[in-house]
Design a protein around this ligand. Structure first.
Ligand SMILES: [Zn+2]
Ligand SMILES: [Zn+2]
Length: 371
């Protein structure tokens, strides 16, 4: 296929005949956004195009001034003779693979994707193409997820056991997507559920899109109303969902005595949890595992595969052995956040923090803002 349909330049993945970018990391005129995670949806583009479901969370991230247009899953639009359509990626609410067709050639940019269907996003659909741009965050044979129902059972059992011992349970999880997926899997009969200030606006966007989540209370609000009425706060037995950057902050210590756990695909490796002094780890990911990546790539029928995120070189080697034209592409996309990364979104409408620490300060600062 002509290399002209899609190239990677210094701003990101560019379609020369259509004159647009997919998930560019520098400001551009026209950006098609696969999903609202901060490594894919950057601040400062003139025009954003995403799905209607994705627009709600993208709006929370980009603020009121951003120009966000939408196109429904499976509907196509034309630009300079290039046909563009978005297809479910099963990663977070509204996440899409971008299909680009020009002169009989088809390229698909997956963004991030997950092959197991869940209650909070439209299930992944394979799209036939000649060139597939795939993520490879967890592209090692050791990454094989347990069914999510088993993980939710583990989480609910851990919460019950903590409640019986008079402890609060703090679950650290990425605020967009992972947090809502966890909330949808929690057994709210065990106790009240509280969320961090980075999570609550995204919950609201999910609910507006018709996703059912259990009742949650925003911690900042609870603290404020307890102060005004002079009542004592009791966190024992409750569940608190917060972003990874809350780990070890004064914001988190207020829930003591507590038990803390991190929910991430990285929890497959036991050493990760020990290093971060967590009580528990749950290996639940919004990315495809090794078998998921292989089946998704095979289902596209693509003969050329470009790999981004994580273990791209490992997967490129594996696919090359299988006879595909596969290569690792250097991008500014990052994998699923680790506790240590503090790779969390910035506040609404603010430019993306270039320094990882900035976002962390923002969030632990919630304590001050709330009191
Ligand atoms: Zn993502
Ligand atoms: Zn990503």
């Amino acid at each position: 296929m002509s290399t002209d349909l899609l190239i990677r330049d210094e701003r990101g993945f560019y379609c020369p005949p259509g004159d647009f970018y997919v998930d560019p990391w520098r400001p551009v005129e026209r950006a098609i956004i696969t999903h609202a995670h901060s490594d894919h949806a950057r601040w400062g583009h003139r025009q954003y195009l995403t799905t209607p479901e994705g627009a709600g969370v993208l709006r929370v991230r980009m603020g009121p001034a951003a120009q966000i247009d939408t196109v429904a899953y499976g509907r196509s639009i034309e630009r300079n003779g290039v046909r563009i359509s978005l297809h479910p990626a099963g990663h977070v609410l509204g996440s899409a693979q971008v299909r680009i067709q020009h002169r009989g050639q088809v390229a698909v940019v997956s963004g991030d994707y997950k092959t197991e269907a869940d209650a909070t996003s439209t299930p992944f659909e394979p799209v036939r193409c000649h060139l597939f741009v795939s993520e490879s965050t967890f592209a090692l044979p050791i990454y094989r997820w347990k069914p999510q129902s088993a993980i939710f059972d583990d989480i609910n059992r851990w919460w019950s056991a903590n409640a019986a011992r008079g402890l609060a349970s703090v679950l650290l999880a990425y605020s967009l997507g992972k947090s809502q997926r966890i909330l949808a899997g929690l057994d709210s009969s065990i106790g009240p559920i509280y969320v961090h200030g980075a999570v609550e606006p995204l919950n609201a966007a999910y609910r507006r899109s018709g996703i059912r989540l259990p009742r949650t209370e925003y911690v900042g609000e609870t603290v404020k109303s307890a102060k005004s009425t002079g009542s004592r706060l009791a966190w024992a037995g409750s569940m608190i969902v917060a972003p990874p950057s809350a780990m070890g902050t004064p914001w988190m210590r207020r829930f003591q005595p507590l038990s803390a756990a991190f929910v991430s695909g990285w929890m497959t490796i036991r050493g990760t949890r020990r290093r971060q002094s967590l009580d528990k780890g749950f290996a639940l990911s919004d990315h495809a595992d090794w078998p998921g990546l292989l089946s998704a790539i095979a289902a596209t029928g693509a003969e050329r595969v470009w790999l981004t995120h994580g273990y791209s070189a490992v997967l490129a080697r594996h696919l090359t052995h299988m006879g595909l034209d596969a290569r690792s592409i250097d991008t500014q996309f990052r994998g699923e956040a680790d506790v240590a990364d503090a790779d969390e979104p910035t506040a609404t409408g603010q430019p993306e923090a270039e320094v990882a620490g900035a976002a962390e300060v923002e969030e632990s600062g919630e304590d001050v803002a709330a009191s």
